[in-house]
Design a protein around this ligand. Structure first.
Ligand SMILES: [Zn+2]
Ligand SMILES: [Zn+2]
Length: 332
């Protein structure tokens, strides 16, 4: 009897599904790519054919131009080669999916990136029992326990209201984090315009087109400094400390990321107001998910593989590190 999952071959540049002759999230251009979500470390341009959710294809189109895309709706099953393929919500960003692969009586779930917390911009993660669960481990250490998202957003609003002569500048990844943060801010009744860096524009527009309302957003370009006082401004993390931010009224520098748990990361970016808001599972979410999915084996793609592997072994679940390269976590 062949080894469990012998038809799935991990390579440094991605996961090769032999009976489909297709790759999951390959970091190099391939003939057939199945893509879990739109973050650049998972979705690259240049594949001959791509299978992904319609939202992920739209995001890839915005970033790389028109794709030779095969849209697959959540829960629809398509056959690729000899493999039944299904996309199931992963709760990570708009369009994000776990890819469920079935072949020869075995079910393998490639989760891509995921989280278990509520996210107003995408449907929640769905537990799909399987034989092999292929998981990330970005925050795979017990020290990573993300606080309640609402209380982090409350801290942001509190700081904003504390000094109306300043703005709060929040660094947030342009795909996913920025839109989720805006939705969370709106959910707390903050209807004032939110200003954004030009790099956010296309993806915010796309989210709105795909049915995620973000309220009134304004580009910072050409806006007098004084007008932005007392307002929230959102930019990509890379713009937090660059010349661009000098046009803002005495900004309180904030950043929304799971890494803000680590003080040194906050200091590196001169972040005054670290907000621990992550689109990845924390330690408890990772271990809870593995318990619920109850796989026979766990394969770990990227992140802090060691600790999670150890946890699996102490819970009598076989675990293995895949050592994939190029998953940079654009998107924490
Ligand atoms: Zn991601
Ligand atoms: Zn990732």
């Amino acid at each position: 009897m062949p080894r469990l999952g012998s038809w799935i071959e991990p390579h440094p540049e991605g996961i090769y599904v032999r009976p489909a002759d297709a790759w999951v999230d390959p970091s190099q251009p391939k003939a057939k790519a199945l893509v879990t979500h739109g973050h650049a470390d998972h979705a690259r341009g240049g594949h001959n054919a791509v299978w992904a959710t319609p939202e992920t294809l739209a995001i890839m189109g915005t970033r790389y131009g028109e794709q030779n895309g095969n849209p697959v709706a959540y829960d629809e099953t398509v056959q690729i080669g000899e493999v039944d393929v299904r996309f199931v919500p992963a709760g990570h960003v708009l369009g994000s999916a776990q890819i469920v692969l079935e072949y020869a009586g075995e079910r393998v779930v490639v989760s891509g990136d995921y989280k278990r917390r509520e996210d107003p911009t995408c449907p929640p993660f769905i537990v799909t029992p399987c034989d092999i669960f292929i998981t990330e481990a970005t925050f795979g250490l017990p020290v990573f326990r993300h606080p309640d998202t609402g209380s982090e957003v409350d801290r942001l609003l509190h700081r904003l209201h504390a000094d109306p002569s300043r703005c709060v500048l929040v660094g947030a990844y342009a795909l996913g984090k920025a839109q989720r943060l805006i939705c969370e801010i709106r959910a707390r009744g903050h209807d004032a315009p939110i200003y954004y860096h030009g790099a956010m524009e296309r993806l915010c527009q796309l989210y709105e087109e795909l049915g995620v309302p973000l309220g009134e957003l304004r580009h910072t370009a050409g806006v007098p400094k004084a007008e932005m006082a007392g307002h929230i401004v959102i930019c990509p993390p890379g713009a937090l400390n660059d010349r661009w931010s000098r046009r803002l009224p005495d900004p309180v520098t904030a950043m929304a990321s799971g890494w803000m748990r680590i003080r040194q990361r906050a200091r590196q970016r001169n972040v005054e107001l670290p907000l621990i808001i992550s689109d990845h599972a924390d330690w408890d979410e990772l271990t809870t998910t593995i318990r619920e999915v109850a796989p026979r084996e766990v394969w770990i793609t990227h992140g802090r593989e060691e600790a999670l592997k150890h946890w699996c072994m102490t819970h009598q679940i076989k675990a293995r590190e895949l050592n994939l390269v190029g998953y940079e976590d654009e998107d924490d």
